[in-house]
Design a protein around this ligand. Sequence first.
Ligand SMILES: *[C@@H]1O[C@H](CO)[C@@H](O)[C@H](O)[C@H]1NC(C)=O
Ligand SMILES: *[C@@H]1O[C@H](CO)[C@@H](O)[C@H](O)[C@H]1NC(C)=O
Ligand SMILES: *[C@@H]1O[C@H](CO)[C@@H](O)[C@H](O)[C@H]1NC(C)=O
Ligand SMILES: *[C@@H]1O[C@H](CO)[C@@H](O)[C@H](O)[C@H]1NC(C)=O
Ligand SMILES: *[C@@H]1O[C@H](CO)[C@@H](O)[C@H](O)[C@H]1NC(C)=O
Ligand SMILES: *[C@@H]1O[C@H](CO)[C@@H](O)[C@H](O)[C@H]1NC(C)=O
Length: 425
Amino acid sequence: MTTSPASGHHRFQTLVPLALAAILLLGASRLKIESSCSKTSCKHVLQRVFSFTAMHKTKIRNDDGGDDEHIYHDALRNGSCNVFEGAWVLDESNPRPLYTEESCPYLTTQVTCLSNGRPDSLYQKWRWKPHACQLPRFDALKLLESLRNKRLMFIGDSLQRTQWESMVCLVESAIPDSKKSMTKIPPRRIFMAEEYNASIEFYWAPFLVESNADHATKHHVQKRQVKLDSISKHSKNWEGVDVLVFESYVWWMNKPLINATIGSLEMKEYNVTTAYRLALQTLGKWLDSTMNPLTQKAFFMSLSPTHIWSWEWNSGSNGNCFNEATPIQAPYWGIGSSHQIMDAVRDTLQDLKVNVTLLNITQLSEYRKDGHTSVYTERQGKLLTFEQRSQPEIYADCVHWCLPGVPDTWNEILYMYLLYGPSRH
Ligand SMILES: *[C@@H]1O[C@H](CO)[C@@H](O)[C@H](O)[C@H]1NC(C)=O
Ligand SMILES: *[C@@H]1O[C@H](CO)[C@@H](O)[C@H](O)[C@H]1NC(C)=O
Ligand SMILES: *[C@@H]1O[C@H](CO)[C@@H](O)[C@H](O)[C@H]1NC(C)=O
Ligand SMILES: *[C@@H]1O[C@H](CO)[C@@H](O)[C@H](O)[C@H]1NC(C)=O
Ligand SMILES: *[C@@H]1O[C@H](CO)[C@@H](O)[C@H](O)[C@H]1NC(C)=O
Ligand SMILES: *[C@@H]1O[C@H](CO)[C@@H](O)[C@H](O)[C@H]1NC(C)=O
């Protein structure tokens, strides 16, 4: 990779070495690729839909914490449980995953690592156990009931899209085939639970504010430009949405500087941290001026960590997340996870009039060097070839996550806050 261990700690960590740029680009272009898939990958999807019909009746076991609701309310209100501090455990009495690659017909090929040839599956079996409490049992019907006549929308980049896919898979098995639907209206994807008149949506806006990466296909990773004070093109599509979940990180982290504009002023190179702050302030202004805190909720997902340099957790090694089959045990924070960006998020959210809940999933995800799609994924709409797979130093994707996997935990936490969080209405 481009960063050497010696200089790493003091340098800006580019998260998008050239090899990965194509993967991020794919994030946007998939909108098109999926509807025009090749013969082989379409066949693949059809097979999964078919086997799903048989799987549907099998109820997936799940015996978490029980349904003692006041415990979860209290835990979030009185601060007795920080759900972001804990450990990954293997627990056969409370097994993961909560769905499988075969059971969920909506998973995209990008994330189905086992079908794509990953030989180990332990990465699916870890459950996040906060030190001071349990996460509540994920009850899809309870979530759907709370979303009755409502819209839940995930807004951000391809990592956010994975979280959305995960949420769809977590709820879809509770809904009969004829009562659910999936629609793509770029830049949106909409899963509908018809009997509930509830939608779970994804909205592509990798910088949240407007940028030349907003178009599904027509943009270039190396030529990105961001309009730090413009958001209305996107935000007009978010108005009145009952639950908004935002995320944006990795697209900013290409170079230490980013080309951006404010107002009609000319394009200028901004320090990424400065630019990120300005963009979040633009989002904040929109939230403060349009959000009704009595009827709407907003969340912000903290940055999703990457595992691009194995010397960080295994000194002397020279690889990446490829072949990593177990989580990191010791306390760990990767240098790719910018504290300056974390601070920018915290400061901006604190200054808002409306409550936006930060779900600080960075640390718990930092442990999961084993959870990435690695070489068991696709690039530009095609599964990696055998030859590409044998070159993990070039082709492993250590940014995105397999599903089932780590993003399911992000959603278990979101579930807890949605149902039992302080600003419940
Ligand atoms: C917070 O609520 C939990 C669950 O009801 C309870 O066990 C705990 O004692 C409470 N802690 C404080 C500090 O009130
Ligand atoms: C269905 O949900 C939409 C979006 O939340 C809402 O605007 C509409 O009023 C709902 N329809 C009914 C019949 O409640
Ligand atoms: C960006 O600005 C921050 C302070 O706001 C500074 O700490 C950081 O080093 C700057 N980054 C670059 C790449 O100049
Ligand atoms: C900003 O744009 C100019 C002109 O296209 C280009 O030369 C420069 O490399 C860009 N800067 C960054 C940080 O991408
Ligand atoms: C998120 O948690 C990590 C440690 O788990 C902490 O270092 C960081 O400051 C927190 N971020 C925010 C914005 O609170
Ligand atoms: C925001 O959350 C705090 C703490 O949970 C609560 O006291 C306050 O009333 C909330 N404010 C709004 C505008 O909902």
